[in-house]
Ligand binder design. Sequence first.
Ligand code: GTP
Ligand code: MG
Length: 429
Amino acid sequence: MGSSVVDEAAIKEFVRDLQRALIQADVNVKLVLTVAEKVQERALEEKPLGGMTRKDQIVKILYEELDKMLGGEMGLKLDKGKTTVIVMLGVQGSGKTTSVAKLARLYTKRGFRVGVVAADTFRPGAVTQLKTLCERIGVDVFSDDREDDSARVAQAGKRFFEGSKNLIIVDTAGRHKEEKGLLDEMRSIVAKVQPDVNLLIVDGTIGQQCFNQALAFHKTSPVGGILVTKLDGAAKGGGALAAVAATGSRIYFIGTGERVDDLEEFSSTRFVGRLLNMGDLKSLLDMAKELETEVDEKRMQRMMSGKLTMDDFLLQFEQVNKMGSLKKILDMIPGVSGSMKAEDLEKAERDMKNWKSIIQSMERKERETPEILNASRVRRVARGSGHSEKEVRDLIVKFKQTKSLMKTSKGREFRQLLRRAGGGHGASG
Ligand SMILES: Nc1nc2c(ncn2[C@@H]2O[C@H](COP(=O)(O)OP(=O)(O)OP(=O)(O)O)[C@@H](O)[C@H]2O)c(=O)[nH]1
Ligand SMILES: [Mg+2]
């Protein structure tokens, strides 16, 4: 009792530490509170993996929650077989023009034929800036200095490159007499060129203003992705999380300097590590994954030696079910094997649900040593789970068959299948 109270106090203290770190990193306070609550709830519920400290475990949980919010690590997938049009959105000085060149560089390296459109007709010098940057990296720029309607330039540029390029990036203005004018301009550019992605460029150093900026753009031109700039300095970029929250889109790239090569693909382990001032979290998460597999290994070992518990039985089936290869597994089990039809599979899935509620009604002792399940225990479990005694007895029979199967050569195959199915269930659980 005493130790769990201490544990709870420690958990709360760690969560408060992390909360402070996030707020210092400019993460929106409301977001911090929501995430922290979830983290605390999970930390109190989940036991740390053997060999992992409470603190590491809480960081891991926090990472998982933030990663969920950030949408994972999936990069921006572009298809070389079609022409993709990206329009840059962002307030003045956020880094749009620089990022156009960075993206052009990156995708040229990846074998794309990139064309850039200079549609910032507002700021004198904008076209020259873009041309200078692109000349250095050998990327074609379309511009028209007689036209001051940016939407028309954008459209002409798209037409110009269509057919010869498979990635067209449109640079836009960020400066305007007033915000409304800028948003209207973006709306008409987007209406004219029908981009595949509206990429929002967010200055990583601006912090809390991110939310309203992102929301304003998103309302006029739905944001499809985010690029956070200027994360080469001291800024932690927590404001960018608000841009994610406001638009519901992912961060795809991080700008890490003024040079054209200073662009990184977004990595949530690095980003969250930076927010928490803990470097790249990858090694911590790798360790957790290893510990998780070890636990599984131990379970496997136990199963191989024929010491199967009801919990093992259920857990393995649940894992397999998650992987969607239930049919293959069930085919190997005595009594279920033979050709499985769709309705059989449905029945098997139903069975599994029933088994789960039956097993959950067993006492711990009974789950660990099912042999003790005598008639009166079976009756109690049946009543407790709302199933018939026959169903409980059937489950026990299946369990026994599986247990003895584990020791045979067919069992080895079975275990390999389970291992493959259950393997690689990583940090996201
Ligand atoms: N340190 C650093 N500086 C950056 C980064 N990205 C852009 N900058 C600098 O930020 C300043 C503004 O960048 P621009 O690309 O001109 O910004 P913009 O959004 O096009 O600005 P407007 O055209 O005025 O709307 C320039 O001095 C860039 O060198 C970055 O990732 N890191
Ligand atoms: Mg610019």
